[in-house]
Write a protein that binds this ligand. Sequence first.
Ligand code: 13P
Ligand code: SF4
Length: 301
Amino acid sequence: EAHFADDIEAILALKKERNAVILAHNYQTPEIFHGVSDIRGDSLALAREAENTAASVIVMAGVHFMAETAKLMNMDKTVLIPDEAAGCSLAESITAADVRALKAAHPGVPVVTYVNSSVAVKAETDICCTSGNARRVVESLGVPEVIMIPDEFLAQNIQNETGIRMITWPGHCEVHERFTPGEIRQYRRLHPGVTVLAHPECPPDVVAEADYAGSTAGMIDYVRRSGAGKVLLVTECSMSDNLAVMHPEVAFVRPCNLCPHMKRITLASIRKSLETMGAEVTIPPEIAARARQAVARMLAV
Ligand code: 13P
Ligand code: SF4
């Protein structure tokens, strides 16, 4: 489309001028994901790539906690978020004071924090995880009980997989909490033979209806490996749009739950971000050191 072409051309030129890379989460719209991004992936891949890039500027086409994680791994680089209001219901559900209270109530129990959290919360915790490595991270601790925050459903899903007891926090993803088991059963009736893939931020009774549960990258791999012809992705709906571009042979059944935070990032806001070099993500150094340790421990697992 013409209005996309103009912004895409401008963004590609600005990237060169600024020595910038654009990291795009799997929930970004196709014109961003396929049109201007250099690195694409789930939260784990974006955190890893942020650690490796040679560019001097990183633009996060994703939400604020992802930009903070990229900054943590690159304190000497400029990290930009095209819209500072791109938050996350999980990150907003808990404060550093809440974590200190949980630790006081459960002394000696390790705290595993989902990356969908603020740096202040990460700084209070032992190790981070993403949906792509949650099981490995939790099992690596070798203990019967952990505090797993802030996603209650992710914690319950990992408890079901591992048998490790979870002390949880009532945070939810506003996109994934809306799916219901009845809805999944109805899609199966309407689309016989459909392969159902669910994100572990969904309630456990929804995950129980799925053929597979995993991170956004895990779902993409599953589609590739399984050769499934008809797929229902129980997650944010831009995922299906992006995958449909890569896999025209697969029919995607499309419920549409959009993340309003992810959708704040647009070609126009990315272009403006590169033009003005804003908004720059900053992290107080004393918080950064402790939060980085929790992320680095996760990356080492
Ligand atoms: P992943 O891409 O790591 O699975 O995360 C999903 C998500 O909701 C990120 O906001
Ligand atoms: Fe947060 Fe859910 Fe949006 Fe991801 S999809 S950014 S977890 S609200």
